[in-house]
Structures are given as C-alpha cells and as structure tokens.
Design a protein around this ligand. Sequence first.
Ligand code: FAD
Ligand code: MLT
Ligand code: ZN
Length: 476
Amino acid sequence: LSSEKYNIKRKDFGTIKSSDVSYFKSILNEGRVLTDENDVMPYNIDWIKNCRGQSTVVLKPQNTEEVSAILKYCNEKRLAVCPQGGNTGLVGGSVPVFDEIVLNFSLMNKIESLDDVSGALICEAGCILENLDNYVRERGLIMPLDLGAKGSCHIGGNASTNAGGLRLLRYGNLHGSILGIEAVKADGTVIDCLRALKKDNTGYHLKHLFIGSEGTLGFVTKVAVHCPVLPKAVNLGFFGVENFENILKLYKSAKSSLGEILSAFEMADFDSINSTVQNLNLPNPIADYPFYVLVETHGSDDAHDSEKLSRFLSKEMESGLIVDGTVTSEPSKMQTIWNLRESIAGAGLVVGYVFKYDVSIPLKNYYDLVPILRKKVGDKALIVCGYGHVGDGNIHINVTVPKYSQEIASVLEPYIFEEVSKLNGSISAEHGIGFRKPKYIHYSKDKSALQLMKDLKQLMDPNGILNPYKVLPDTI
Ligand code: FAD
Ligand code: MLT
Ligand code: ZN
C-alpha cells in the first residue's frame, strides 16, 4: 500500500457510507458505480506498479453535468476524489492513496467538433489520444502530441499532466496547443473556458490553471486542441553514436541542416535499447553502439526531405559523429524504430522494479548523472539507463532493481534531486509531481512560488478534496 510504503497519514475526510453509494447510483446508474473489490482493484494500481490505493468506489460519469453533481456532493460531504484518465501516469497521481473515490473519465469519450480549416478539435476529456489522432488524420491533421502511452492515455490526462512527448520540439507544449478548457471546480461549478480561439486576451488565461495541475485544482471535462496539418512526408533516421558529446554536436548540426522539417531528436544509451531488445525481444535495425539517436522529419515534399536527411547522414558519417545508421520513410520500418524507443519505459518492468526519474538538465550536463548513478548504486541495480528528449533538455533515467528496497531508494533520493537542483535543472520535466514527488518539489520551486500554489489550491478547493496527497507538500 502506498500509505504504508511512503508513511503517509490519512487526512480528515469523510468516509463513504452506503447512503453515498446509493446517491451515486441515483445520478449515474448501477453499471457506472463500481464497488466490487475485484472490479475496483485495477483502478487502485498505477502503470508502473509502484503505488496502490485503497479505494472502494469507482465512478464513471458520462458527461460534465454528472461530474459536477458528483463533486458538489463530495464537497458537501468532504469526500476525497481522485480523477483518473488512462492511468498511464508515472508519478502515482492517478491512483488513490487511501479510500478516495476514483472518478474515471473513460466514458466521456465523445468528439464534439473538428474545424479542418483552423485545426481546432473539441472533445471530451476521456478520449484516448490514439483514437483522436486516427480521427484527425482521416481529415488531414494530426494531434500536436505523441507518446508511448497513446493507446491508453486520455487527452484530459495529457492536459492535466501537461504531457510533453516525442515531438514537443516541433509542435510545442500543451499550454500552447490547448486552446480552451472546460473544467469542474471542487464545489461543482463548471468553468467554461472552451473557446477554440488562437487569440483571446480577455483577462486571466484560466485554462493554464488546469493544464499540468494534475487534478488538484479542478477536473478537466472538455478540451479544445489545435491540431497541426498532417505532414505529407515523414522520414526517420536511427543512428549509432560513439559518445554523448557527439550527440550534442549532432543535435546542433541537425537543427542547422534540417531546419524547419526537424520534428524529433531523441537519444537512448546502449542499456536503454539493449533492455528493450533483451526484455521485450524487439529487433534493433543497427548494431550495438554506446548511444543511439533518432531523428525524424515532418515536411511537405518527400523527395526534398529524404534527400536532406540522407545528406545529413552522409555528412555526419564522414565527420564521424554518426558511426552507423539507417534512414527510412517506409511506415513499417519507421514503426520498428519508434517501437524500440517507446518501449524503453516498460522494458525494466519485465525484470524488476524501476526507480524512474524525469528531469530537465541544461544540455551540456544532460547525461552527467547516468554514470554517476551507475557508480553509486553499483551491482544493486540490474540496469541504469538514460534516454529522452534531447531537443527539450529532458532526460529519463531508469534504475531497474530486482525488487523495491528502501535502502536503494535512500541511495537515490534525495541525492538525484539535489544534483539536478545544483545543475539548475527541474526535478520533473514532463511527468509531473503526483504522489511520488511533493516532498522534493522545493528543489525546483522556491517558497514564495509554493505559497502561491497553496493559496490557489485553498481558493479553488478549500476542503482539499481534489486529488489529495498529490503535488503540494503539507509544509513548505
Ligand atoms: P492518468 O495517468 O490517468 O492521470 C495523470 C494525472 O492527471 C493524475 O494526477 C490524474 O489524477 C490526473 N487526471 C487525469 N485525468 C484528469 C482529468 N480529466 N481532470 C483532472 N485531472 C485528471 N508523459 C509525457 O509527458 N511524455 C511522454 O513521452 C510520456 N510517455 C509515456 C510513455 C508510457 C509508455 C507511459 C506509460 C507513460 C508516459 N508518459 C509520458 C506519462 C503520462 O503523463 C502520460 O502517459 C499521460 O499524459 C497521462 O494521461 P492519462 O490519461 O493516462 O492520465
Ligand atoms: C518516454 O519519453 O519514453 C516517456 O516519458 C516515458 C518514460 O519516461 O519512460
Ligand atoms: Zn518522455
């Protein structure tokens, strides 16, 4: 249990009575109120199997009015609620800690409209990212974000975590791509900021409060998202590189050689790729190298783009920055390469427990912590690997151990956060703070900023019922 593992005390919320369950059944219906222990169990466990809550009730509203009615009731009764999208979050934010009611968005999956001229898509929070991408692709557009969890994560979960993903370097983050939001406050008030306008400077931009606040200030019920045009030409290169220094040189060169068509620049070290090859049996199209780089282009002219990428490959093979590589525009080959990269997240889970870090570090020090951690944990770890979004200065470091142990945890934490802070980085680049990191947030936010965050929480959720034990530390 998360509460025991992390020594957390239950806050003074109401406990669920049978009259509460009857009320929920009256506003939803029997089938959308889960109370059977086996039915509820999956909603209590997070994707990485690190956190486990004790909820006894899962609610599945079908529209905003139902979310509003649930929250109004819970606020009056001081019942705590944990919002849940696709439950792919990596910091334990999407599962309860004690007996919080789980409000799962999976049935709020309607697409309301798509303007294929402006690119504005309006849909409910529970739409699965991949389904949205398939829908808009048929109409000449793409979703502005893509990530390994696309087959399960919801757009509402993406908004609530301000998810980054594989093409942030090209299409920007969700504070920009999300044009508008409809959200429900703790007291049930519906906040309608669902305008699909690119420009709307009418006072405070309230959508930003809900983007990245991980369900602690309100529940996102609908979003308006700006979808970029479907690229006519997509090319992908997968390269072997000798050392990290050369990756930085290659990134600089890629920006200048590929310019406006560059859509992703990702890296993975040998141990990252090797873990997907060994643990998941995925094929690696090139030989073993200390580092790998994945460069993608999105453009409008296939001949021009593939020539540009091939020229980049030849030039940098000659310079020695690339030791070996392959370039392709064939969908199945591109998929093989992306699979290799996107599967790193889950590869360690097959063999043990994964301590997962998601940090921003200035590029010149981007990879520094991986060898340091390798040395520090020594043979207690099965794998220590580094991979991530070079274009965004965001590295993921996974430390895979046979079994969770407090001893290894205390070798890693708070050490890693102290080091990130010394390097002027961020202790959470894209996954959020969730349940796992509130006590480390001060490494990246000063006291005055944290106080303002607390004031906002107090204003919007005075009873603290929205996703408690997450994001904000009790004391600052
Ligand atoms: P959940 O996991 O269900 O919830 C995430 C948080 O948002 C929780 O705090 C939850 O309470 C809250 N929440 C969910 N829905 C709502 C709502 N409607 N209103 C209010 N709060 C809500 N993240 C990245 O940024 N970049 C990546 O590249 C990336 N890749 C991933 C790859 C894999 C294989 C996996 C498993 C995860 C990855 N993630 C990545 C992490 C994760 O943040 C994203 O998967 C995603 O944004 C979470 O969406 P979800 O619907 O699963 O949300
Ligand atoms: C990724 O970039 O693969 C994701 O953020 C998931 C992870 O950190 O493993
Ligand atoms: Zn990532």
